[in-house]
Every structure is written in C-alpha cells, then in structure tokens.
Design a protein around this ligand. Structure first.
Ligand SMILES: O=C(O)CCC(=O)C(=O)O
Ligand SMILES: [Fe+2]
Length: 304
C-alpha cells in the first residue's frame, strides 16, 4: 500500500464526458481507500478569489481583540464566530492548539445567523467562496458515488441544505510567543464530516498519519486544495474509505489556512453503502444530524 498523497486534476470530473468523469472518480476513490487525503487541481476556483479570501482572513485576525471578542462563538453560538487563541484542543491529550479561528455557517432561511466583522465587502467575499466550496464538494461527491458504484447523483438529494462550515485559521508562530511549551498548531484528529477542502497560504505544517503508517508531510502546493475524507463518509462507505488522523505542527512562521467542512443534510440518512461482495453493513443507519450531534457530544460534552 502506498502512502503518498496524490495530486488529482479534476477538470474532467467537472466538465468531461462520462468516461472521463469515471476515470477521475477512480483516482479519487483510490486515494480515499489508501490515505484518505488527496490534492486537487483543475478545480475552477479563481486564484484572485483565493487571494481575496486570504486578504480578508488577514484583516479579520488583525482586528483588536475586543472587536474579535464581540463576535465570539461563545456569544454567537451554533459553532459560528470567533474562537480565540488557545481555546481549542483538537487532541485532548495535548496542550491547547496554537491557533485562533473564525467559523461561518450556511446562510439560509431557518439557519442560525452568522456573525460578521465590520469590514467592507468581507461577508460577500466569504459567502462567494462558501458557494464555490459547496459546488466543489458536490463534484467530489459525484466522484465518490461513481467510485462506490451507486448512481452518480446518489448524494445530490442528501446535500440540498448541507451542514457546512467555512473556517478561517490563523496559527501563531513560536517567536510571537513568550513561552515555547511544545503546544501543537493543531493537535492530531480526524475530521467528522464527509469531506474537507483545505486551502493553505504556503506555510508548511500539515502532517498526515495514514493508518498503519508514520506521520508524513502534506506540503502546501500552490493553487491546489488539500481534500480529506471525514468520519461520516468513512461510515457511509462502510469503512471502504478512510478518515485519516492529521495535525498541524507548531509553524515556523505565521500560518493561515481556510478549511471547508462539508457534512450532509441534517435529515439525510447515512446508511452504509455496501460495495464489497459478502460484506454486511458495519453500522446502523443514522441521520446526518444525529451523527454530528453524537460526535460533538463525545468531544465537547455538548452539541455546539
Ligand atoms: O490548517 C490545516 O492545515 C489543517 C486544519 C485542520 O485539520 C482542521 O481544522 O480540521
Ligand atoms: Fe482537520
């Protein structure tokens, strides 16, 4: 088994003929079975959009603490808003993460409100990128479906109003710290949802531990997104796909990244797709909402 993280051009998945879409789906499927991580190029997201998103992230995290605290998750609730430095601990056995974050949820009727910083054009920029990620996520799910042997649009009606979070991350470098206590950038963890689409500003730090292997670097590749499978899709694929532990080392310099976590609709039924002859479902069916609640409760003792 190889433990490389492949780079996959998804141009033909997005706009190719059926055979071409199937070929890309096979490459993605192979990565999902082996490392659970892959890079994508040919994703159609404009470099100028990415520059805009990173500029906006810089502007947000540069705001005075009092302004950031005014839009804090602890005030806003529902996993939206600002999370201060040292609040989170992704690896509960390690020190708190050396990062601050800002969470944005889907904007729609009936959804909890987001908090927005008072920065011109900021909201529009983030919502534009949110939409681009959702479209990309839909393309990736067509590939998962083709590879798992169900109809190409299998996931479409399970992602009509998905539980999705766009998360800006700012990792603080050690030299900006008075003490160097060995805290990680982000502790080792797996992601909960179906797929995560990650953009990194070029500073290294992300590492991946394939099951049965050692930590390997996932270097930042300019213009490419890093995608990884989360626990929900692992369950949905009846453990054919793997969600892989990853972490961010204490970065050598300041580091910014933007993660888009895509989970299914709260009422979608996550029922294992059994593709291997002779296999039986490893899990009972569960709704996307109940699954996420279970996971959050296990981690935080409560669901938000
Ligand atoms: O910032 C990164 O490179 C990874 C972040 C991550 O894994 C997460 O927030 O779940
Ligand atoms: Fe992660």
């Amino acid at each position: 088994m190889t433990h490389d993280i492949p780079v996959i051009d998804i141009t033909r998945l997005r706009n190719g003929a059926p055979d071409e879409r199937r070929a890309v789906a096979r490459s993605i499927g192979q990565a999902c079975r082996e490392t659970g991580f892959f890079y994508i190029t040919g994703h159609g997201v404009d470099p100028s959009m990415m520059r805009g998103v990173f500029d906006a992230a810089h502007a947000l995290f540069a705001l005075p603490d009092a302004q950031k605290e005014g839009i804090a998750r602890s005030r806003v609730g529902h996993n939206r808003g600002y999370v201060g430095y040292g609040v989170e601990r992704l690896d509960t056995t390690a020190l708190p993460d050396r990062k601050e974050a800002f969470n944005i949820g889907r904007e729609a009727e009936g959804e909890p409100a987001n908090a927005w910083p008072d920065l011109p054009g900021w909201r529009e920029r983030m919502l534009g990128y949110f939409q681009a990620c959702q479209t990309l996520g839909a393309s990736l799910h067509r590939a998962f479906a083709l590879d798992l042997g169900v109809s190409e649009d299998f996931f479409a009606d399970k992602f009509r109003h998905p539980m999705a979070t766009l998360r800006l991350l700012h990792y603080c470098a050690s030299e900006t710290e008075a003490r160097d206590d060995g805290a990680p950038g982000a502790g080792a963890h797996t992601d909960y949802g179906n797929v995560t689409i990650l953009a990194v500003d070029g500073v290294a730090g992300l590492q991946v531990r394939p099951r049965g292997g050692d930590w390997i670097d996932a270097p930042a590749i300019p213009g490419a997104f890093v995608c990884n499978i989360g626990d929900c899709l692992m369950r949905w694929s009846n453990d054919v796909y793997v969600s892989t532990p990853h972490r961010v080392l204490k970065p050598a310099s300041e580091r910014y990244s933007v993660a888009f976590f895509l989970d299914p609709d709260a009422d979608a039924l996550v029922e294992p797709i059994v593709t291997t002859a002779g296999d039986t479902p490893h899990y009972p069916p569960i709704t996307g909402g109940d699954y996420l609640r279970e996971r959050l409760t296990a981690t935080y003792g409560h669901a938000t």
